[in-house]
Design a protein around this ligand. Structure first.
Ligand SMILES: Nc1nc2c(ncn2[C@@H]2O[C@H](COP(=O)(O)OP(=O)(O)OP(=O)(O)O)[C@@H](O)[C@H]2O)c(=O)[nH]1
Ligand SMILES: [Mg+2]
Length: 312
C-alpha cells in the first residue's frame, strides 16, 4: 500500500471503469479477474455509505455532499446499489438522472444491479469499491436502501455510515426498525423544511443516549438536502469520523471486512460447487425437505456431507 498522495494519474477513463463495474455486476470469474487487477492499489479512497428508507432523500444528499467534496478539489465516485431490483427495476437509470450536477462537475455516478452475483449485493459492492479505489478516487459514496439485512451488510462495506431518516412518520425511530441504529456513524434527519424533523432528531438523540458508551458518539444533523442546508455539517461530521478512524481503527475495520468478504465468497463458492456437482441429489434432498420428509437441518447436513465426500 503506497503513499496515497503520490498515486499515479487517476485512471478514470469512463469506459474502462464502466467495463470493470459491469464485470463486477455479473460476478463469477470476470469479477474475480477485475478484483485481482485492483488488488495492491487499494486503501487510499475514503468510503462513505448513505443508507435509509426509500425516498428519504439519499440521492439528493449524496449529490449535495459530493458537490461539497468536489468543491475542495477532491474526486468523487458514487455507487448506487439496487438490492431490491425486482421491485424497483426503474431505479437503474434514476440515480444517474437524479445527480445531474454531480455529473456535470466531473463526479462519477454508477448504479449497480446485482442480481445473481456470488455473495449478493454486499459482495458486488465491495468489488465495485475496490475498482473505484484502485482508479484513484478520493471519495467513494455508496447509496443503498436501508431495508433489511442485505443493506446492513452493504453498509458494513464502507468506513463511515450515514443513516438518513425523515420526520413525520410517527413516533417510531425508523432507523431502529431497520436495524440501522447500531451501524450509523452519523445520523441525518432530512427534509427539515417539513414538519416533524425536530421530533425525529430528538427521538434519535434519545435512542443514541441509550447505547453503551463508545469512543465515537454519532452526531444527529438536520438537513434540507434540496437546498443544500446542513450539508456542510454532514461533510464536517464525515471528516470528523474519518479522523477518528486513525490508522489502527481503519486497519481493524479493513480486517473485519476482509474476513467477512472471504467467508461470504467461500460460502457462495461451496454452494455453487455442491449444486452443480450433485444436481440430482440436491434436487431430491430439497424436495424431501419441502415435503417434510427431512427437517431443514437434516437436509442441509446431507448436502454439506457431499462437499466432503461423505455419503451421497
Ligand atoms: N421537502 C424536501 N424534499 C426533499 C428533500 N430532499 C429530497 N427531497 C425530495 O424527496 C424526493 C426523493 O428524493 P431522493 O433523493 O430521490 O430520495 P432517495 O432516498 O434517494 O430515494 P430512493 O433512491 O428512491 O430510495 C425527491 O422528490 C426529492 O426532491 C428535502 O430536504 N426536503
Ligand atoms: Mg436514490
Amino acid at each position: 500500500m503506497g503513499a496515497c498522495g503520490e498515486r499515479p494519474e487517476l485512471r478514470r477513463d469512463a469506459r474502462t471503469l464502466a467495463k470493470a463495474l459491469s464485470a463486477v455486476e455479473r460476478g463469477g470469474d470476470e469479477a474475480a479477474a477485475v478484483v485481482a487487477g485492483a488488488h495492491g492499489r487499494l486503501g487510499c479512497a475514503r468510503t462513505v455509505g448513505i443508507t435509509g428508507a426509500p425516498g428519504v432523500g439519499k440521492s439528493t444528499l449524496v449529490q449535495a455532499l459530493g458537490l461539497a467534496l468536489l468543491g475542495r478539489g477532491q474526486s468523487v465516485a458514487v455507487l448506487a446499489t439496487d438490492p431490491s431490483s425486482p421491485f424497483s427495476g426503474g431505479a437503474l437509470l434514476g440515480d444517474r438522472v437524479r445527480m445531474p450536477e454531480l455529473l456535470a462537475r466531473g463526479g462519477f455516478v454508477r448504479s449497480m444491479a446485482t442480481r445473481g452475483a456470488l455473495g449478493g449485493v454486499a459482495a458486488a459492492t465491495s468489488d465495485a469499491v475496490d475498482v473505484l479505489d484502485a482508479a484513484g478516487f478520493d471519495w467513494i459514496l455508496v447509496e443503498t436502501i436501508g431495508a433489511g439485512q442485505d443493506e446492513v451488510d452493504v453498509a458494513l462495506e464502507v468506513e463511515t455510515v450515514v443513516v438518513l431518516t425523515v420526520g413525520g412518520l410517527g413516533d417510531d425511530v425508523q432507523a431502529a426498525k431497520a436495524g440501522l441504529m447500531e451501524i450509523g456513524d452519523v445520523f441525518v434527519v432530512n427534509k427539515a423544511d417539513l414538519a416533524g424533523a425536530g421530533a425525529q432528531a430528538a427521538a434519535l438523540e434519545a435512542a443514541l443516549a441509550l447505547a453503551p458508551p463508545s469512543p465515537w458518539r454519532p452526531p444527529v444533523i438536520e438537513t434540507t438536502a434540496t437546498r443544500g442546508e446542513g450539508v456542510a455539517e454532514v461533510a464536517a461530521a464525515v471528516d470528523a469520523h474519518q479522523t477518528f478512524l486513525d490508522p489502527g481503527r481503519r486497519q481493524e475495520l479493513r480486517w473485519r471486512r476482509t474476513s467477512r468478504r472471504v467467508e461470504r465468497l467461500l460460502a457462495g463458492m461451496v454452494l455453487e460447487r455442491v449444486r452443480s456437482a450433485h444436481a440430482a441429489t440436491w434436487d431430491s434432498v430439497v424436495a424431501a425437505a419441502r415435503s417434510g420428509e427431512l427437517d431443514p437441518y437434516a437436509a442441509a447436513a446431507r448436502l454439506a456431507a457431499l462437499c466432503f465426500g461423505e455419503g451421497s
